[in-house]
Design a binder for this molecule. Structure first.
Ligand SMILES: [Zn+2]
Length: 549
């Protein structure tokens, strides 16, 4: 069977409309499920596959991408000329834009015909470009709208004050160049199997079907596959396929914390020793498992060695050329080591959480990076170790969500490693073989003079991180009290001491008063007293609880 081009296009569009009707019925099912209380959540990830293709294909892929961006730029201009289109939803906007640009029997004379730019562009290629242009236009015009609003507000304020300071914030500019990866909508690809795919590509002179071999991981079954994209990385082309997974949406953190069977996995990230220390606990505070992940010392040693080598090379070369990466191989190696470790650690964290049935991951907010003195390699190393913490958090967050809806939360990092997870008093931190006094930052062991708790310092910190989150359900103001509230609630001097002495009595007779004086000065005691004011019941409960080890 063979059709004339316009007829073929007509059939393709019909097919697309059929797809759409299936899509809308799926949406309907979704909304019904939602009404019945079964909320669905989505997780998307991208499968990246390296490709194997004859060398001349690289030029074809590039030509295809250039054409795609030309069409996107064209549609962006059309939208700029008809701003009203953005008031429509995506489907309406697509129809309106096609009416403006696409010649059909019922629409013989469009205002801005796309055929002026290039003839015989496939319908799905056009629609992909329209959607890309719509996305960019929506984001550009919304930031323009925000900018206009800010400007108006500024000018109104100036006239009220009788001054005339000009509004200096620059307006957003529309994209000057386009470099979007071209997606392949249905009908632009076919015969996809584990090791190959056929793509319809503009080669620079014609549209042709190319068979391309895919390498790397297989596509998972059972998930909704999006449109594949050809993406250039360096001088190679890759195929990116978004995969969408739907699952029952997890309840909000605060709702989960009120359910007795919820388990949370708290993570303490470090710069050295163990990169991550995770502990799983139930919402009543029962400690269920702990895991020490990663050897930070080895990672930082490796990185430091590489940085040192770069420094040495630089000192030997003397001048570094501008706009040119020196020691490119060594930098690439450092980047790859960091990336690899962040992926390993984050997936170990998520594995540990799933193994113990945790449904919430808790991290601390990252503190600020304190600039350090020292050699180039040392400064560069601490900076990268700090970035690594952020990267582990980001990766763990998306991996946890993708694994089936584990939610990630963050808590205030203040004093998590200084407080005892058992009685919330201040701990002593020391290294093996050292006297048990004072606070040595970064030391491995900790000891609580109030309740005689002894533990690994990072494990204690991770337990405190988890408790911080649980405390949210008990006293909403506890974690981060607003300055004004805090001032208003400050009790008269002396009362704090009274309360903490009460608490001391409940803790039992094992506390030598003299030692307490060493570590809890007047200020600290008052603070703890205040916290007790917030949640007296829970604290007593935590003191009576048996300490599981
Ligand atoms: Zn303690």
């Amino acid at each position: 069977m063979s059709f004339s081009p316009s007829k073929r296009e007509y059939y393709i569009e019909r097919m697309f409309d059929n797809f759409k009707s299936v899509w809308y019925s799926l949406r309907e099912i979704h909304s019904i499920l939602r009404e019945e209380g079964l909320k669905l959540a989505k997780a998307t990830k991208t499968i990246r596959q390296a490709l194997h293709y004859p060398p001349q294909y690289a030029a074809y892929f590039a030509a295809n991408q250039v054409l795609f961006n030309l069409v996107v730029a064209f549609y962006f201009e059309v939208i700029q000329a008809h701003e009203g289109i953005l008031a429509l939803n995506n489907k309406g906007a697509l129809t309106a834009l096609e009416k403006l640009t696409h010649t059909t029997e019922s629409n013989p004379n469009p205002i801005m015909p796309l055929t002026d730019l290039a003839p015989d562009i496939p319908a799905m290629f056009r629609r992909a470009a329209i959607n890309a242009a719509l996305g960019s236009a929506r984001s550009f015009f919304s930031s323009l709208k925000k900018w206009r609003a800010r400007k108006e507000k500024h000018e109104a304020k100036q006239t009220k004050k009788g001054k005339s300071r000009p509004f200096r914030v620059r307006p957003p500019v529309p994209p000057r160049s386009w470099n979007k990866a071209a997606p392949f909508y249905a009908s632009l690809w076919r015969e996809r199997c584990t090791r190959s795919i056929m793509l319809k590509v503009w080669t620079g002179s014609c549209w042709s079907w190319l068979k391309i071999h895919t390498l790397g991981r297989d596509l998972p079954d059972g998930d909704l596959m999006g449109s594949p994209q050809l993406v250039r990385k360096g001088d190679r082309w890759w195929l990116h396929t978004p995969i969408e997974k739907t699952f029952e949406a997890p309840a909000k953190v605060i709702e989960q914390l009120t359910a007795a069977d919820t388990r949370i996995c708290a993570v303490d990230l470090n710069l050295d020793h163990h990169l991550a220390v995770c502990s799983v606990q139930a919402v009543d505070g029962t400690i269920l498992a702990t895991s020490f992940i990663g050897n930070g010392t080895a990672v930082s040693g490796c990185r430091k060695k590489l940085l040192g080598r770069i420094a040495r090379n630089r000192s030997q070369t003397g001048i570094i050329a501008e706009n040119e990466q020196d020691n490119a191989d060594l930098w690439a190696k450092i980047r790859h080591v960091d990336e690899q470790i962040a992926h390993l650690v984050s997936s170990r964290i998520v594995q540990f959480a799933t193994k113990h049935g945790a449904s919430i991951l808790v991290f601390e907010h990252l503190g600020n990076l304190r600039p350090e003195q020292g050699k180039y390699s040392h400064r560069g190393n601490t900076k990268r170790a700090y970035w690594m913490k952020g990267r582990i958090f980001r990766y763990a967050k998306y991996k946890a969500w993708n694994v089936g809806g584990i939610i990630t939360a963050r808590v205030n990092p203040r004093n998590t490693s200084r407080e005892c997870h058992h009685c919330h008093g201040l701990v002593v931190r020391y290294n093996q073989g050292q006297p048990q006094e004072g606070y040595t930052p970064g030391a491995a062991l900790c000891f609580c003079p109030q309740c005689q708790m002894r533990d690994h310092a990072d494990r204690n910190a991770s337990l405190r991180v988890g408790q911080r989150l649980i405390e949210r359900t008990q006293a909403p103001l506890k974690e981060k009290p607003h300055a004004l509230v805090r001032r208003a609630k400050r009790e008269p001097k002396g009362s704090g001491v009274g309360i903490s002495q009460d608490a001391k009595r409940q803790m039992g007779p094992s506390i030598p008063a003299a030692r307490r004086g060493d570590h809890a000065n007047g200020h600290g005691t008052a603070q703890r007293g205040r916290r007790r004011m917030g949640a007296p019941l829970s604290d007593i409960a935590s003191q009576l609880r048996i300490h599981f080890e």
